[in-house]
Design a protein around this ligand. Structure first.
Ligand code: 5GP
Length: 186
C-alpha cells in the first residue's frame, strides 16, 4: 500500500521509524546544493559520480538542479548487506566507465557514516589522475565518522541513527519513500 509512504511514522519488521527530514525540506536543500555547485564549477564540465544504489534518488534530483554542463557515471561498492551498522570493510562491485583523467570529479553519496567508503573511493579515483575530486553527500552522521574525510558539500548533519527513504534502504526496500525516516529510539 502506498498510503504509508507519506505517513509521519511507519513500522518496518516491527520497528518504528519517524520522519527525520520531510520531502519539501529535502527538495529545498537539494536545490541549494545544486545552485552552489553550479556556481563553484562555472566554466567547467564536472563529472558526477553516483554511488549505487543509495544515491540514485539524490543524484537524479541534484543533477536536475545543476545549471552548467555536466556528465555522469556510476560506481558501486559492497554494502552493509542487511545490517544496520558498517561492516568495516568495503569492496568495489562496479567500476567507472568514464575516463576521468584531468576531469573535475564530484562524488555523490547518500550518506557518510564512518567515512570508510569515501576514503576508499577518493583514493581509487585519485589514482586515475583527475584534475580534482570533491564530495557531495546528502547526509552526514558526524558523530559516527571515524575517518578523516573532507566533505565539500553536505545536505544535512543528522544524529547517529539508522535512516531509510529517499534512496536509503532497509534490507533493499523502502528506497522509494519520499521523506527520510529515522529508527525511533526505544
Ligand atoms: P560509511 O562507509 O561512511 O561507513 O558508510 C556509507 C554507506 O553506508 C552509505 O553509502 C550507505 O550505503 C550505508 N549507510 C550508512 N548509514 C546508513 C543508514 O543509516 N541507513 C542506510 N540505509 N544505509 C546507511
Amino acid at each position: 500500500m502506498i498510503s504509508k509512504f507519506n505517513a509521519e511514522e511507519i513500522t518496518v519488521n516491527g520497528e518504528k521509524f519517524e520522519i527525520l527530514i520531510d520531502e519539501s525540506t529535502i527538495q529545498k536543500r537539494v536545490a541549494e546544493l545544486g545552485e552552489q555547485i553550479s556556481k563553484d564549477y562555472e566554466g567547467k564540465v564536472p563529472i558526477f559520480i553516483g554511488v549505487l544504489n543509495g544515491s540514485v534518488i539524490f543524484f537524479a534530483d541534484l543533477i536536475r538542479n545543476i545549471s552548467i554542463n555536466c556528465e555522469v557515471d556510476f560506481l558501486k561498492l559492497s554494502s552493509y548487506g542487511d545490517a544496520k551498522i558498517s561492516s568495516g570493510n568495503v569492496r568495489l562491485i562496479k567500476e567507472l566507465n568514464a575516463d576521468i583523467k584531468d576531469r573535475d570529479v564530484i562524488i555523490v553519496e547518500d550518506i557518510v557514516d564512518t567515512g570508510l567508503s569515501i576514503v576508499y573511493m577518493k583514493s581509487l579515483l585519485k589514482s586515475q589522475n583527475p584534475n580534482s575530486v570533491k564530495v557531495v553527500t546528502l547526509l552526514h552522521k558526524s558523530e559516527a565518522t571515524k575517518y578523516d574525510v573532507k566533505l565539500d558539500y553536505v545536505g544535512f548533519q543528522i544524529p547517529n541513527k539508522f535512516v531509510i527513504g529517499y534512496g536509503l534502504d532497509h534490507t533493499q526496500k523502502y528506497r522509494n519513500l519520499r521523506s527520510i525516516y529515522a529508527l525511533k529510539s526505544t
